[in-house]
Write a protein that binds this ligand. Sequence first.
Ligand SMILES: N[C@@H](CCOP(=O)(O)O)C(=O)O
Length: 462
Amino acid sequence: MKYISTRGQVAPIGFIDAILMGLADDGGLLVPEQIPQVSADTLAQWQQLTYSELALEIFSLYVNGEIPREDLKKLVDDSYSTFRHEEVTPVHQLDGSRYVLELFHGPTFAFKDVALQFLGNLYAYVSRKTDSIIHILGATSGDTGASAIEGVRGKEGIRICILHPHQKVSKVQELQMTTVDDANVLNLAVEGTFDDCQRIIKELFADVEFKHKYHLRAINSINIARILAQTVYYFYAYFQLAKQGQANKISFSVPTGNFGDIFAGYLAKKMGLPVHKLILATNENNILARFVQEGVYQPGDFRGTYSPSMDIQVASNFERYMFYLYGEDAAKVTSLMAQFKAEGSIVIEGDVLKQVQADFAAYSVENEECLNTISDYHAKYQYLLDPHTACGAAASDRLAEDGEAAVVLSTAHPAKFDEAIRLRQISQTYPEPIQALFDKPQFQKVVGGTNEEIQKQLESFF
Ligand SMILES: N[C@@H](CCOP(=O)(O)O)C(=O)O
């Protein structure tokens, strides 16, 4: 298995090189040269596997022998042994047709742990085996940062710098990142939005000389490892429902900001998982929902919402989807992305738009509807949703059809977003690791949002 760039200017590379490259050197995103196809027989066999066994099978298809199987197994086992639930990502049934796929049982109570526990261990492994220097640079709207830091804190040979938008993440998200006092961790609180943070890191990664000089590695979903690891739970959830006789029509509703999580579902479907429908749920920062509904990809005004991790205007993985939407035509993707940079929008219509609407259904959830959904589910199912999951649930309620089993991806534990939940007079008890954060000192530097300033911070840290 080789990996190629969505912009076609990188010679095919192997799995480990793809992980280390992160953003493709031509500014595009890496994708597998061919998407592995999983037969119905294989799906039937996989249905019996534990989460870790399934992850090992799926990763093996993409690693293609570059990591010996016993080493890969250890990486997988180590990564998922840190989860608090034996099933890693259990499916919780709400009623006859509604399910919640709980992705928050990892160390930082967010779905990002599923991929970042693995990627942290993989980086440590690659660093040991190949003597590579691992200097991680990442941007977060709240969850990725904490999870990436947790995945590599204190690990020898690795340093990590995370940019987050100052005062635009929840208190718990901020504490999870900034109370870590390991010397290999640097938190920069940027005066700006997540889009500013993401733009800065992408521009630094795109400066290939700077990237190579400082050995910059990515943990965001620009890194293909993130996407591959996130496909596993779509398979796992499907199998849990299939065991209950629900395999006919399964839809997944995915709270979406950077398009990584839902792209993983799209990839799982392309591998052969019989997903009926992928529902894309946004909050009021709804560029992706507008794209699916109207064919216009154009950032709107930034809105601060109750689901800050999804307060994103420009979605990284949109480019990967464009690549497949246009039949793997790298020249077309290059020109579309150049057009987006120059004009600030991409407009599609006709059959291409029809294809988008066949691939996804979409709904954007306003602030009030998000809170109403939290209250309704709490009253009806005695189940507490975090505000991101509430967006997924609201979209699923709107768009799932009769006779469909509707699975909402629960991307975070509600304790991470108590500010929003308290607005509905719902009280919750924090899990002990979250409660403990409030007594710890914080370590972060508040910085302006210029590339030069960040570059200077990196030069002295790395
Ligand atoms: N919602 C994310 C934003 C970064 O997305 P990623 O999937 O590319 O890491 C966050 O919580 O940081």
